[in-house]
Design a binder for this molecule. Structure first.
Ligand code: SF4
Length: 365
């Protein structure tokens, strides 16, 4: 089986913390969709396997009309697809739009809620408010969506533990099946980082951020969610198949500007420029960068992706490639990892410093 990721890079306006590839040139949506349709038609058989998961991510896919979503999904063909996810912005949601998405074949929504608190949403430059976020979930449920994920952010400036806990409680009351949750990152070059550097806002203390994360993990576990990846929580049977496939090295075809593909051991990626992408596709001359993954790349990827999940990485994989067995013992002694049934898994304490654990276990060429 294979997956297909489609990148929809349009945003009505940029959020202050965002460093993703996206553009506010909304007037170019139609030519972009035309290019997408052409690329899908040319590449949909590339993995040599049926496409079981489809993911429309962004940017903001809900900046496209439902007729364009319909054209995209019809061109891919959804007969074999078990999971068709679309990221949506609460500010774009209407009852009618959600009904149309369901009719088009979208069967899973990822709603970019981030927080239900209006002051915090304004502070990070989101265009929706808390009521719109709540309505988006209710209306999606009314439209027949029974597989809904919401994104929640913690460690936002001015977000107290009480505010964070009330966001989690509200998410649980809404009855969603999946929650993805990320701590705010101050990425280089973003407006939020400039505001921090000028002293216009105070980042949340690292200990408080860790407490917020621990609370999230504990509360969602109590509510019956499985913590299956460092940032992802799902009710039984509702883990995101598409994202889980990334972690399992399942082939995927990336369509659209900036999208990455992995077929066998070859990774390739489209240019992350709207102009280059549209011109290249329409002229049948798009240049895709590509690299063939060697044994070290594959090992590093297993470490990087596997340790993020609750299945961890096979100890044998690490032992075969990693020269210093003392390191695992040391990490175990520091309670950063456990070794269970032949697998190395990050502990809750280890999840706080996961990037450092991963860096230590990765190897240079
Ligand atoms: S909507 Fe998403 S992609 Fe667009 S600017 Fe905001 S965070 Fe970035």
């Amino acid at each position: 089986m294979a997956g297909m990721y489609l990148h929809i890079p349009f945003c009505k306006r940029r959020c202050l913390y965002c460093d993703f590839f996206s553009t506010t040139q909304l007037h170019r949506r139609q030519e972009y969709v035309d290019a997408l349709l052409q690329e899908i038609a040319e590449r949909k058989e590339e993995a040599g396997e049926p496409i079981r998961t489809i993911y429309l991510g962004g940017g903001t896919p809900s900046q496209l009309d439902s007729i364009d979503i319909f054209r995209i999904l019809r061109t891919i063909g959804t007969d074999d697809a078990e999971e068709v996810t679309m990221e949506v912005n609460p500010a774009d949601m209407t009852k009618e739009y959600l009904r149309e998405l369901r009719q088009c074949g979208v069967n899973r929504l990822s709603i970019g809620v981030q927080t239900f608190k209006d002051e915090l949403l304004q502070l990070i430059g989101r265009r929706h408010n808390g009521i719109q976020a709540i309505n988006a979930v209710h209306w999606a449920q009314e439209a027949g969506f029974d597989n809904i994920s919401i994104d929640l952010m913690y460690a936002l400036p001015q977000q107290t533990r009480t505010l964070w806990e009330s966001d989690i409680e509200l998410a649980l009351r809404l009855g969603v099946q999946h929650i993805s949750s990320y701590g705010l990152m101050y990425e280089e070059g973003t407006q939020l980082t400039r505001m921090r550097d000028k002293g216009e806002l105070t980042p949340v203390d690292e200990d408080v951020e860790n407490e917020m994360y621990d609370y999230l993990c504990k509360r969602l576990k109590q509510a019956g969610f499985e913590h299956y990846e460092v940032s992802n929580f799902a009710l039984p049977g509702r883990a995101a198949q598409h994202n889980s496939n990334y972690w399992n090295h399942t082939p995927y075809i990336g369509i659209g500007a900036g999208a990455h593909s992995l077929i066998g051991n070859v990774r390739s990626w489209n240019p992350d420029s709207l102009d280059k992408y549209i011109r290249g596709i329409l002229a049948h001359s798009l240049h895709r960068e590509r690299e063939t993954l060697g044994a070290t790349d594959i090992y590093n990827e297993q470490i990087m992706l596997g340790l993020r999940t609750n299945r961890g990485v096979e100890e044998a994989v690490i032992s075969r490639r990693y020269a210093d067995p003392a390191l695992l013992l040391e990490m175990e002694k520091d309670q950063l990892i456990t070794r269970t049934a032949g697998r190395v898994i990050a502990t809750q304490k280890g999840l706080h410093v996961l990037n450092r654990i991963i860096e230590k276990l990765m190897i240079d060429e």
